[in-house]
Ligand binder design. Structure first.
Ligand code: DP6
Length: 327
């Protein structure tokens, strides 16, 4: 009744931005990401008959409130599927520096789903696991797979056809991602509430959704052909379109800071000097930069020299869910 799983976070090259069903976490558009090896969560789930409720620690600290509720609600789904009413002790260790601006919910829910289902005796296929993980946090359903993965939004109202599928494995292509950490303090609009406000109020949302199929087709072709320029161009443009929708929302908002724009401009300047580098940004101010291995030194040096940048963390393409031996 105990299992440990490790999951890596992912960065979307085609963003998931907007839900058609908030309870089931069903998206309005397909998205596509690359799983990263540098940032991961390891979670141990132990079901114990003596427990009267679930317990959850993150990096050895007891978690309460909204974050706890999301975990226990997710465990309820696992218990329902297994038909077993047992509470669990959940221990997670995040090797995702919060400051790096990586949403740890992706690696967190992927690791939780894998460990919780295994510990309770379910053996799910990767698609089934991805579909379940989706209900914890949407972007997490892509982290079941390593390499490049696409979350297919599906058409069914019950969400049965909404899960991620592999596009290309980890070893298909060695591209790199630098997470640029900024010295930033800002009031956070979570991705969950930000996308909700966008769907409900932004007149640009319709254009965003309509632009997805061609971006997706182009980026998949770029990945399969290992065409870095194509992948970078599509990813950067897709990120800019997503962020544009937030400016049209009511009330309007943006995740960008002045330093976010400095990094974006520096990346574009770097490109004009012949170094292929492209950026993408999630629901926060930090920037992720895509580049090729041979340009690592130049990219790193350039990013570290930008005023307001406190850290740059490098990542390679990562693997999917891994089950660890019980201690
Ligand atoms: C901007 O997966 O965090 O990172 O499904 O509400 O938990 P919920 O949202 P979440 O949203 C991620 C949004 C994004 C883009 C992406 O990862 O595709």
């Amino acid at each position: 009744m105990k299992a440990t799983a490790k999951a890596h976070t992912n960065i979307a090259l085609i963003k998931y931005w907007g839900k058609r069903d908030e309870a089931l976490i069903l998206p309005t558009n397909n998205s596509l990401s690359v799983t990263l090896d540098g940032f991961y969560t390891t979670t141990t789930v132990s079901y114990k008959p003596e427990l009267t409720k679930d317990t959850f620690t993150l990096n050895d600290e007891v978690v309460v409130g909204e974050q706890y509720n999301r975990v226990t609600n997710f465990l309820n789904k696992v218990r329902d599927i297994a038909g077993k009413q047992l509470y669990a002790e959940v221990k997670s260790i995040n090797a995702v520096p919060t400051a790096a601006g990586f949403a740890s919910s992706a690696s967190g829910f992927a690791a939780l789903a894998a460990a919780a289902t295994k510990a309770i005796g379910l053996s799910l296929t990767e698609s089934e696991l991805s579909r379940l993980t989706r209900q914890g946090s949407g972007s997490a359903c892509r982290s079941i797979f390593g390499g490049f993965a696409e979350w297919q939004k599906g058409e069914m109202e019950d969400g049965s056809d909404s899960f991620a599928v592999p596009v290309a494995p980890k070893d298909h292509w060695d591209i790199r991602v630098a997470a640029v950490v900024l010295n930033a303090k800002m009031k956070k609009v979570s991705s969950r509430s930000g996308m909700k406000r966008t769907v409900e109020t932004s007149p640009f949302f319709k254009g965003w959704v309509e632009s997805i199929p061609s971006d997706l087709e182009a980026i998949k072709q770029g990945i399969l052909e290992r065409d870095f320029h194509k992948v970078g161009e599509v990813a950067e443009a897709n990120c800019l379109k997503m962020h544009a929708t937030t400016l049209g929302a009511n009330p309007p908002f943006t995740y960008w800071l002045d330093t976010t724009m400095s990094v974006m401009q520096t990346v574009q300047e770097l490109r004009s000097t012949g170094v292929p580098a492209y950026f993408t940004i999630d629901a926060g101010p930090n920037v992720k930069v895509l580049y090729l291995p041979q340009d690592e030194e130049k990219v790193l040096e350039t990013l570290r020299n930008i005023s307001g940048v406190t850290d740059v963390r490098l990542s390679r393409v990562g693997q999917g869910i891994k089950y660890l031996e019980d201690e």
